[in-house]
Design a protein around this ligand. Structure first.
Ligand code: PLP
Length: 287
C-alpha cells in the first residue's frame, strides 16, 4: 500500500498530492509546522506539540484550522491509513491561498493544512545512536523569531547540507558571542565535568523543543542537576558528553564538534541512559 497524505480536507495518494501555486506557505514561508515522533502508531508528546502549534499560529495570527480534538482525529487517521507504527508525522498549517502580495489577504482565507507520515527504522536509528554522531558549527544567521516553528528553514537547510558534506549529522548555530544557540533541527546539550547538564535557556532565540521540555521533566524526577545556560563549542569539546534532542533525533549522542572529539570521543553513559528514559516516557504517554 502506498503513502497517503491529508491535504486541505482530503486523503490523497502521496504521489498525487498537490497544493495551490499561490499558497502563501509555498511563496512566502507564511506557514508553521510540527513534527511528532510516532511510537507504536501513537503521537509522542502530544500536549507539547499541540501547545507549540497553537502558539506558533497565534504569533502569526493564523487561526487553528480545526479544534485540537478534531486535529488529533485527523492526525491519527492519517497515521492509520499509512499503516505506520514507528515513524514521524509532519503537519503544516499555513495562512492559505491568496493572490501574491506580502501583506495578509484583505478577506481572510481558510488556513492550508497538509499532513504526511513517514516510517523510521528504529533498529537503524538505535545503531546510529550507539555510534554517536558528529556536529559542525556555523555562524547563526537566522531571523529573530526562531521560537516560532515556521517553514522558513533555508538557513537550517544550508547548515544541514554543510554538515552532511563534512560527514556530520547536525550543524550547531553559534551566536555573535560565541555561544551555541541550537542545532538546525535539534536542541543542543552537554554534560559538564561535574555531571551537570547544560542547555541553552529558552529566552534565547531558539525553538522551545518539546523533546527538550519532556527530557527536563525526566531529569527533574531523576534528580539530575540542569543548568539552562549557554555553552561554547570549546566547552562542548571539553565536556564529558554532548547530545542533541528533537522529535527526529530523540536523544542522540554527539561524539565530535568540528572534528574535535567530545570528552573521550566515544558515546557516553549519560546520553544513552537519557535516550532510554526519554523513549520509555514518550512511549508510555503517546496517544
Ligand atoms: N530546534 C530546531 C531548530 C528544530 O527544528 C527542532 C525540531 O525540528 C528542535 C530544535 C527540536 O524540537 P522538538 O524537540 O520539538 O522536535
Amino acid at each position: 500500500m502506498g503513502r497517503i497524505a491529508y491535504v486541505n480536507g482530503q486523503f490523497v495518494r502521496h504521489g498525487q498530492a498537490v497544493v495551490h501555486i499561490e499558497d502563501r506557505g509555498y511563496q512566502l514561508a507564511d506557514a508553521v509546522y510540527e513534527v511528532w515522533a510516532l511510537f507504536g502508531g501513537k503521537l509522542a508528546d502530544p500536549e507539547g506539540h499541540f501547545a507549540r502549534l497553537e502558539r506558533s499560529l497565534g504569533e502569526l495570527r493564523i487561526p487553528m484550522p480545526m479544534s485540537r480534538e478534531a486535529l488529533t482525529i485527523v492526525l491519527r487517521e492519517t497515521v492509520r491509513q499509512n499503516r505506520v507504527s514507528e515513524g514521524l508525522v509532519y503537519l503544516q498549517v499555513g495562512r492559505g491561498v491568496a493572490t501574491r502580495g506580502h501583506a495578509f489577504p484583505d478577506e481572510p482565507v481558510p488556513p492550508s493544512i497538509v499532513i504526511t507520515v513517514s516510517s523510521v527504522d528504529r533498529a537503524a536509528t538505535e545503531a546510529k545512536a550507539a555510534k554517536g554522531v558528529k556536529v559542525i558549527t556555523t555562524p547563526e544567521n537566522r531571523w529573530g523569531r526562531c521560537d516560532i516553528k515556521t517553514v522558513g528553514l533555508l538557513p537550517n537547510a544550508l547548515a544541514k547540507q554543510a554538515a552532511k558534506e563534512r560527514g556530520a549529522a547536525e550543524a550547531w548555530f553559534v551566536d555573535d558571542l560565541g555561544f551555541v544557540t541550537e542545532g538546525a533541527s535539534s536542541n543542543a546539550w552537554i554534560v559538564d565535568s561535574d555531571g551537570t547538564l547544560r542547555t541553552r535557556d529558552t529566552n534565547a532565540n531558539i525553538l522551545r523543543g518539546v523533546t527538550r521540555h519532556t527530557l527536563l521533566d525526566v531529569l527533574r524526577e531523576e534528580g539530575v542537576k540542569v543548568d539552562e545556560r549557554p555553552f561554547t563549542p570549546a566547552e562542548a569539546v571539553d565536556a564529558k558528553e554532548a547530545f542533541i534532542t528533537g522529535a527526529g533525533s530523540l536523544v542522540l549522542p554527539v561524539i565530535a564538534v568540528d572534528d574535535k572529539p567530545v570528552g573521550d570521543g566515544v558515546v557516553g553513559p549519560v546520553a544513552m541512559k537519557l535516550r532510554r528514559l526519554y523513549i520509555e516516557r514518550a512511549r508510555a504517554t503517546a496517544i
